[in-house]
Design a protein around this ligand. Structure first.
Ligand code: 5GP
Ligand code: ZN
Length: 139
């Protein structure tokens, strides 16, 4: 089985798996994390499958990160967090659990517990509403 066939993010890109999508461009997609660390926790991915930063291609990587900046700005408008954590994990030893390149955008409140991964699955209806709120602030 190819990595793409088994990859949940490839299924989301192709529309075969559900996700609260915020926005997509030709090569990149932003959607809400299903197990959010904080409310609004977002993932920005290349539509093309590659595993990590080491494998990333020059065509899509800039687009992924320009989209991350655009979405981070919209999240700041929609959610008014105190700060925004942007991070990207490479390899299981670094905490990577989905092996399709992605950047996390995690809105943070002053003094809140510092976590990358959430423990509970979010309500899909809540995520859909949040995606619409963030999407409405996109420039
Ligand atoms: P990593 O640990 O690989 O940096 O992060 C993978 C992220 O993907 C985790 O935050 C996890 O909650 C999220 N995730 C895993 N499966 C799904 C899914 O099916 N849908 C969505 N929207 N997020 C997922
Ligand atoms: Zn993939």
């Amino acid at each position: 089985m190819s990595p793409e066939t088994a990859c949940i993010f490839c299924h989301i890109v192709a529309g075969r798996a559900p996700a609260a999508k915020i926005v997509e461009t030709e090569h990149a997609l932003a959607f809400l994390d299903l197990f959010p660390s904080t409310d609004g926790h977002t993932l920005v991915i290349p539509k093309r499958h590659y595993e990590n930063l080491f494998e990333a291609d020059e065509e899509t990587l800039p687009e992924v990160h320009l989209l991350a900046r655009r979405v981070a700005r919209a999240m700041r408008q929609a959610l008014a967090p105190d700060g925004m954590m942007a991070l990207q994990l490479n390899g299981a030893a670094a905490g990577q659990t989905v092996f399709h390149y992605h950047t996390h955008l995690i809105p943070r409140r002053a003094g809140s517990e510092l976590r990358i991964h959430g423990r509970e699955q979010a309500d899909p209806a809540h995520l859909a509403a949040l995606a619409a709120r963030i999407g409405a602030e996109l420039e």
